[in-house]
Design a protein around this ligand. Structure first.
Ligand code: PEP
Ligand code: MG
Length: 296
């Protein structure tokens, strides 16, 4: 079976009736890049930057972040890398004191972009590192846990002076860095038109979107029977986001776990999804599954 899968490494990703599907990888570490190349991914659809912040007692400085981001951008050799800005909160134990300890409801608390916007100093360091890494190849920035369009505006506002300062200092930076929003809070999916007025692309984080929509902790085994990615309420929101993004000529991907799950891919394609971002190890199976699907 592995041999037959291996034959798909260089194959295009098409449904049985010829619709092209873009397969991206979710990456956490630079090592994931070689797997992405081997499987023929179009790029990195989600680069989680948390590991840099969770491994020590101090925050990673600009150069440390730059080295990590630049390494993955260079390794992708011209294919786009979607760098997600920091997504920690009280649920992910960081030892740097950045996230608040002891929030009563960490999933609903100061996490993702909410936390970043309360620490413009820390956020600007990450933004500068990303802009510098973008000198080495195409980079997109993805903002996690967006609830409203004002948050994207606020992030964009931090990019401007960061870019200026680097330019004035003669530091090489990427010319063009697209700014996108993760759609993982139900309110953002429901008000997607206002989000699309600010975001240049969107990516649907179904892990959290399902958690918040179904009021079901994604990590709590005692309610896992309710955590159902096939729930029609989730399908309703995904379809809404994909349709709105299409009408606004914005790219939209799904980057939650279900995007790489052969059991869910057909459902996603029928909802209009044409871009999937997944664990690199899931890509060949996903390509094979897609080849069996007829959309017309
Ligand atoms: C998601 O929520 O679907 C997602 C991709 O992000 P994470 O799993 O890192 O929260
Ligand atoms: Mg998420």
């Amino acid at each position: 079976d592995q041999q037959r899968l291996n034959r798909l490494r260089k194959a295009p990703t098409r449904t049985r009736d010829g619709s092209e599907i873009a397969l991206w990888v979710n990456a956490e570490r630079p090592e994931d890049v070689s797997l992405a190349h081997a499987a023929g991914a179009v790029g990195v659809g989600l680069y989680r930057t948390e590991f840099l912040f969770l491994q020590g007692n101090t925050l990673p400085d600009e150069d440390e972040q730059y080295e990590a981001y630049a390494a993955i951008v260079r390794a992708m050799q011209g294919r786009p890398v979607t760098i997600r800005t920091l997504d920690v909160g009280a649920d992910k134990a960081d030892r740097t004191g950045l996230a608040l300890a002891n929030e009563a409801n960490p999933a609903l608390g100061l996490r993702g972009v909410r936390l970043s916007l309360t620490r413009p100093d820390v956020f600007t360091t990450q933004i500068r590192a990303i802009l510098r890494a973008a000198a080495h190849g195409p980079v997109r920035v993805l903002v996690p846990m967006v609830t409203n369009a004002a948050e994207i505006k606020a992030v964009r506002k931090l990019f401007k002076p960061a870019r200026k300062a680097l330019e004035n200092a003669g530091v090489e930076i990427g010319e063009r860095v697209e700014l996108g929003a993760m759609i993982e809070v139900p309110a953002a999916a429901i008000t997607i038109d206002s989000i699309l007025a600010e975001a240049e692309f969107v990516s649907i984080g179904t892990n959290d979107l399902a958690q918040y929509l179904l009021a079901t902790d994604r990590n709590n085994d005692s309610v896992s029977q309710l955590y159902d990615p096939a729930h029609p309420a989730l399908a309703f929101l995904i379809e809404r986001v994909v349709t709105a993004a299409g009408a606004a000529s914005r790219r939209v991907a799904v980057c939650g776990e279900m995007a790489g799950d052969p059991l869910h891919i057909e459902r996603l394609l029928h909802l209009g999804v044409r871009e999937l971002s997944m664990h690199p190890g899931a890509l060949l199976q996903a390509r094979r599954r897609i080849g069996e699907i007829t959309l017309a």
